[in-house]
Write a protein that binds this ligand. Sequence first.
Ligand code: CA
Length: 710
Amino acid sequence: MRLGIALAVALALPLAACSSKVEVTPATEGVTDAMLIDGVEGEWLTYGRDYGEQRFSPLEQISADNVGELGLAWSVDLDTARGQEATPLVHDGVMYITTAWSKVKAFDAATGAVKWEYDPEVPRETLVRACCDAVNRGVALYGDKVFVATLDGRLIALEQETGKVVWSEVVVPNQEDYTITGAPRVAKGMVLIGSGGAEYKARGYIAAFDHETGKEVWRWHTVPGNPADGFENDAMEKAAETWAGEWWKLGGGGTVWDSITYDPKTDLVLFGTGNAEPWNPGANGRMGTEGADDNLYTSSVVAVDLTTGEYRWHFQETPEDRWDYDSNAQITITDLEIDGKMRHVALHAPKNGYFYMLDAETGEFLSAGSFAEQNWTLGIDPKTGKPQINPEARYEQTGKPWIGMPGAGGAHSWQPMSFSPVTGLVYIPANLAAFPYMAAEGWEESDIGFQTGVDLSSVAMPADEAVRKAAMDATTGALIAWDPVKQEARWTVPFKGPWNGGTLATAGNLVFQGDANGNFNAFSADAGKKLWSFPAQTGVIAAPMTYSINGEQYVAVLAGWGGVWDIATGVLAHKSDAPINVSRLLVFKLGATGKLADPPASADRVLDPPPFLGTEEQAATGSQVYARYCSVCHGDAAVAGGLNPDLRHSATLADKDTFKTIVIDGALSPPEGGGNGMVSFNKALKPEDVETIRQYLIKRANEDLALSKK
Ligand code: CA
């Protein structure tokens, strides 16, 4: 429909209007392109600190020798209790952060005094179409403005000085299927942003907007639309050859939900794309009769021209993706000596478990190495980088469940890695966790919830002690110091569970990283020796940053457990020790002695469910309905993370009608419920379905109660 309107508008305008391109004037004051390219000592001006997204700071006042004296300088309690994923930016003595629900806050970076706060008032219902919590990864600074992209698909420019709105535009094609969690980047006056939604019905894209007006300059889609509408460009026509069936009806996926890297050396914008949609290619026959089309440009690194948004090159890391192996992890650009020759390279560690080095100008594959256990390939062609896919991993063809390694959470997701030019190492926050994939039989799309075509019910965690223990034991995490030239690990720090924080490398021979166990840590960058740790009282998933004011170096990090690992993995979300959300901004400096208040008392977690008086048939049906509509937020097998309500504890289980009023009638729907995004599911569910969910939950609660008494 958008195309139809665009065509109609184009035909109605005189020919000259075709060249009415938005003219963008770069900023000459405030934060300029030169500052972003060269960096400003002591500041952190863009998401990955520099355009190359290295997350390396030359500051060295805090070093491996004195990091033991690091203490809490100031902290701020945040007014949300969901996953905190943002990297703070610092410019001119002011720190800018975002929190969950896309709120923006500015502080005096030396004292923590609040300068201003801005709440875009994202409707809480948005949560139901956001795969992975109400998170936001940060702002962009340019000229005299701050840019934030909101969960409900707006791009907003605020005055840096006051937080007042300058302009606000809805930049997603529609607010039903698309959400934004990523941080915008700005180059030459263009604000770059994509969206999420490849678990729903989204057609991926990246777009550029004029920093002064919010007007769209260009938009490049990552997957082809309906051929009958005509292709927007040659890249789409080429890509269409790698798809079958009527893929466009569900959008196709390939969303650009995190990494965007501008390279001033080549004037290219590199970005990663997400999975094809739905996950299970059998659900809509998008891979043709052979069942092995690549589905370009999903799960790829793509480069487009900054000025025009025209396609330059792509490298597909996961062809025929059916495992949710998004390539959205951060792309780092640097120069490295390879075989005696300096190369301008892009470094990437996507979900699929391989570390890639590409030529940053041409996309030529240079090398790859497996940084985490994987079983979806039998190897990678050393010349082309193309994986040899394990036939057993094509679960829709075998008709059998496939325990995929990595799982859908990815060996490395959005948690930023860092690169130290001093050590030559990349510090990767890795997840070592499997996922059971199984094609859903007779799957049909619906108007609400996940559209993956995967049977989440048959593979839900059983209430079996041995199975649970085996799964828990096999689910861990690690900080991996990776040598990108040799494609091997130099050192590894194991963590109890996955979903630990992003990393920061500094010239002080330090790597900072928070963990899912509730600590914020410093390691030596050369050897991985743990040198310092601070109890953060909550899982830390965001990446730290560092800055300097009046000769003092600070390290800042957002603390607050959450994100997809917390809300969708059930019992596995509890593998680490601190799956409780206490959202705060923590700032450290040498010699400081600040203390955090005691963590809020955790709720009584003893199970006390009503007796299970339903039928086994009801519970079995409820298990399937729950897995499809509820588990993505309330957890696999009805075990929630620390964030969303654990329904096994819900008092409403005892009352059929109360339960129905919430699920069907939307009793906890905001604003009446004061809610956290629990909207009515009346579009998809009938009262009898809801009763099966209730019976299933009661049964699950009783099973786990019995387990806990053993
Ligand atoms: Ca995905």
